[in-house]
Each structure stands twice: as structure tokens, then as C-alpha cells.
Design a protein around this ligand. Sequence first.
Ligand code: ZN
Length: 291
Amino acid sequence: MLLGSIEAGGTKFVCAVGNTNYQVQDSIRIPTTTPDETLGKVVEYFKQFDELGAISVASFGPIEIRHSSDKYGYITNTPKPGWQDTNFVGVLKQYFNIPIYWTTDVNGSAYGEYVLETLFNKPVHSLVYYTIGTGVGAGCVIDGKFVGDAGHPEMGHIKLKRHPEDINFDGICPFHGDCLEGLVSGPTFDARLGKPGKDVPLSDPTWDIMAYYVAQAAMDATAMFRPAEIVFGGGVVSEPFLDKVRKQFNELLNGYLEVGDLNDYIRMPLAKNNGSATLGNFALALKAATE
Ligand code: ZN
């Protein structure tokens, strides 16, 4: 049996086919243009494989995940032009008579890290995954299941205590201004400093301000879920940046809870080359095919 993975992003789709050991057998990148064109190419790609047992989709959102909704399987009110109200799962169902698993991009990554850690490292029962890139999203896996019933979590939009050196920055979230995404997503570098984050050295105090906010997010996730680990992925995150986060997190936590070695508790993804979501999709597809 083969397993299909679709990592649907705002700029590109990564489609992959893997075996039941989660090894990639083939993959393709498809630019995100219009739903008709992009989903057409996705269908064309997977049609080549006769032995597909299931496909798992980890999509940009917001998406509808409630099975009771008429819009289950849709990308809903996304700001991405042309993609509002797109019946993603419906299109796949037209062409493939196999289980289609449907979740958010960040849930796919969270699941991939959960599986990797459990299979190859040490068993964990719960894990929180944040991605900090163009936007900020998070997913939470507890005992192999995702948190979220009415919808998927929106932990990128939590409210934070502002850094005293940053109070004049309004934040860039179109809905909330200075939520987590509005304060630490990649484009905040352009908004604060007029240049992209990759051109800002780690010695710049902006990184400490960012770490102050990300540490609060980690503190909140710790207090709410008490997960085994918190993983940070996405273009903004690097190991030296996470060191700053760990330091501030430690101050915030103030010895209140036991979280183990901070280098293990707050970490980068184990999957190389942004592969967390593909691996997570393979595992979710296998689950969908065999349940
Ligand atoms: Zn927001």
C-alpha cells in the first residue's frame, strides 16, 4: 500500500507518495495558483499511483473540520485570493475512492514530530507545535488526537503582555493588531525595521523582544496543556533564537513547574528540510486507511 501526502501552502503544494514505513517514494511541488489549476495538477499527480490506500491533506486555512458541517473539507474564509470557499476534499473525493484525511498544515507538522519522537526517540503522549513564518499557527496532539472540536486551535492569535521597549509597535495582525502573529511573524521585521528578518543579526534587540513574546506563548502552552514537548518550526526560528526563548521562558516559569531539560522541552523540528508535515500526513493517511 502507498500513502499520499498533500501539504497545501499559500505559495506551493508539496505532494508526496510514501510507503507504510513513511519513506518518501516520489514527490512534486506545485505552485499555488487558482484552486482549479492547482487541485487539477494534484489530482493528475496522484492518479499515477494505483496502490494508494489513503491521502492526508495538511492545508493552509482557515479550514472546516467539523464533520457535521456542510462545509467539511473546505478552505473557508482565507485571505488567499481565489481560495475562499474551496471544496478541497470534495474535489479529491470525485477522483479517489479512498479515505481522505483532512487537517491543518500545522497539525500535520505537529503529528509528524509526535510520530518521529515516538518512533525513533522516546514515547511522548502530547506535543505542541508552533510554526513562526509568514503567519503563526500551532497544533496540539494529545494521545494521537488533535485538540479542537468547534475548529482547529488558533494559538497564533493569543494576547500577550507587551515588551516595554516595543509598546509603540501596533502589530500587524489584520484582526487583532498585537496578537502573537501580529508581533512575531516574519513580516513584523519589515514592519518594525524596514528589512526582512534574514538581514537582522541576532545581536539586534528585536530578537530579544521576539523571544519575550514567544516565551510567553510557550509558558501559556505549558500551563494549559502540560505537553511533553514544545516544537518551534518555520522560517523565523533558529537554534540561537530558541536559546533566547528558553532563557526568557525559564524566567517566566520561575520554577513553578517541572518540564525537564529545556533543550529537550523547547526544540526545533526533528524532521529535516521542513519534512514534518509530509511525515505526519503519511502517518495520518495510514491511520485513515487502516481504521
Ligand atoms: Zn491575530
